[in-house]
Design a protein around this ligand. Structure first.
Ligand code: ADP
Length: 492
């Protein structure tokens, strides 16, 4: 199958979160299983600089002058098409926001232009002679792709993946006119969401099939608590909505080969983990103590990730024999409160503000426990990485955290399936209780070893998830073949 995978971030070309990891791992696994996959992404300067030897494969004048450049995903033979529209993508700063953290004021224009180019590619209108079978779009930045394709007489089948329903690409209704979108798309059955333009709805309403990144999150987003007002639409589309747990790329996340560690180690040769613990304590200026439980956190400092719960739980946590190291950036108030907590307890808490890929790896390797108290979590990757690194996750019982961490109970411990600890609800006291439980197990090496071992054995490689996506693509292709020329194989 020819699969066009459209994403606004792809690791290691550019990354702000898990979407980038998925946008490399899934296409690579699909390619490995024999499919012809091409990634298409915006031509940000950082991405162009890392995309290998670039070749111009198409030019476009209409609406927004630009070019399509072809490069490769570093370290692979996977082709990447960069949509190089200088007016929209050649600027310093992040993919969605300025270096100061403010959303780019023309985000709607930027990602509408990107989506239009993706549609031209999907319709084989850029002279590349590559007929597309499946267009796989991701998150609001590519929501217009299924919407615009739905108006074509013939078109490839479309899949839209929700990586996080909290980000919806909402803009004032004036933007809809400014973008010169087809008038028919402005309705509550289209892109309108309570008087505003929702780019996410373009995907949710018009894609032939929807997926999200874990089975539990697929259920949760059909409820008012997690649905942001879109739960009705998602329930309506329930039979087309599939939860497929993300895989992880063990080439990037393997303690036996990870170049960012102080020492490499594996399940059968675990000694090096101690050296990483020392290095991590040193890096965060904490006393070097091999026996105290070292707890790590990495993530975007936003309300979703529950860093504030940790701040509120500190009085309880500090009564336990543990040290806490935190890496992240985001909300300025959270950043400064966490830094202040570190200053108040320099022997117990280390905080680093920033985005640091290498330190994130060392933290996974050096910590004994990984804390992930997300209020909601579509999939979450760090709790999966941490298992491979022999670092036991403590997680809020939600979304992908449910599907990837097995809570420790007498039964799961006896069965050898326990890999971590769940807590619920997402409040400071249950969080502190779960941490106390984890620390208690940590102090009993024979039990702890079972948790570590089960985690390190667990296999979340992409191949398994990719097989599920592939099965979905196959059913779509069969439906399309049965209904040739149908504008849209799905009824709605
Ligand atoms: P989300 O996509 O919501 O941010 P995920 O857990 O799915 O959360 O993915 C987060 C990814 O981003 C992980 O690979 C994690 O290691 C990485 N990450 C997040 N914050 C940082 C940071 N400050 N430094 C380095 N890596 C980070």
């Amino acid at each position: 199958m020819n699969i066009l995978f459209a994403s606004s971030e792809v690791f290691p070309l550019i990354k702000t979160g898990g979407l980038a990891d998925v946008s490399a791992g899934l296409p690579l696994a699909l390619q490995k299983s024999g499919q012809d996959v091409r990634i298409v992404m915006p031509g940000y300067p950082q991405a162009l600089a890392r995309g290998g030897r670039l070749q111009t494969v198409a030019e476009f004048e209409q609406d927004f002058p630009g070019r399509l450049l072809q490069g490769r995903l570093p370290g692979s033979r996977l082709p990447v098409w960069f949509v190089d529209i200088p007016e929209y993508f050649q600027r310093a700063g992040g993919p969605y926001a300025t270096a100061g953290g403010l959303d780019w004021p023309d985000n709607a224009e930027r990602f509408a232009a990107f989506s239009r180019v993706v549609c031209r590619l999907a319709q084989n209108r850029l002279g590349l002679d590559w007929p597309v079978d499946i267009v796989h779009a991701n998150d609001w930045q590519t929501g217009l792709v299924p919407a615009l394709l739905s108006r074509e007489k013939t078109r490839p089948a479309s899949v839209f993946t929700i990586h996080n329903l909290a980000y919806q690409g909402l803009f004032p209704w004036e933007t809809f006119n400014r973008l010169k979108l087809p008038q028919e798309l402005w309705s509550v059955d289209g892109l309108e969401f309570h008087g505003r333009l929702s780019l996410l709805k373009g995907g949710l309403v018009f894609a032939d099939q929807l997926t999200t990144v874990s089975p539990s999150y697929a259920k949760e987003i059909q409820t008012p608590q997690f649905g942001y007002g879109l739960e009705g639409l998602l329930r309506h589309r329930a039979k087309d909505l599939h939860g497929i747990l993300n895989g992880v790329d063990y080439r990037q996340w393997n303690p036996a080969r990870d170049p960012h560690l102080a020492a490499n180690y594996s399940r059968t040769r675990p000694q090096g983990k101690r050296t990483n613990k020392q290095a991590l304590q040193q890096c965060f200026g904490l006393p070097q103590n091999a026996h105290i439980a070292l707890v790590g956190m990495v993530g975007r400092m936003v309300e979703q990730k529950g860093f504030d719960l940790v701040l509120h739980a500190l009085p309880w946590l500090l009564q336990q024999p543990l040290q806490l190291v935190i890496l992240g950036s985001g909300d300025k108030r959270l950043e400064s409160e966490l830094l202040a907590a570190g200053r108040r307890h320099p022997e117990r808490i280390g905080v680093k503000i920033g985005y640091d890929e290498a330190l994130a790896h060392l933290l996974e390797a050096g910590a004994d426990i990984f804390l992930m108290p997300s209020r909601f979590e579509p999939c979450g990757l760090n709790q999966i990485y941490s298992q491979r690194y022999g670092t036991v996750p403590v997680v809020h019982r939600t979304g992908g955290l449910i599907d990837s961490v097995v809570d420790t109970t007498p039964e799961t411990l006896a069965a050898g399936t326990a890999t971590g600890f769940h807590f619920s609800p997402a409040e400071p006291e249950p969080l502190a209780q779960a941490m106390a439980r984890a620390v208690e197990y940590y102090q009993q090496p024979e039990y702890w070893h079972r948790l570590v071992d089960a985690g390190m054995r667990a296999d979340f490689s992409w191949q398994r998830s990719a097989a599920q996506y592939l099965a979905l693509y196959e059913t779509l292709r069969e439906t399309a073949a049965k209904q040739p020329g149908q504008p849209n194989p799905q009824k709605r």
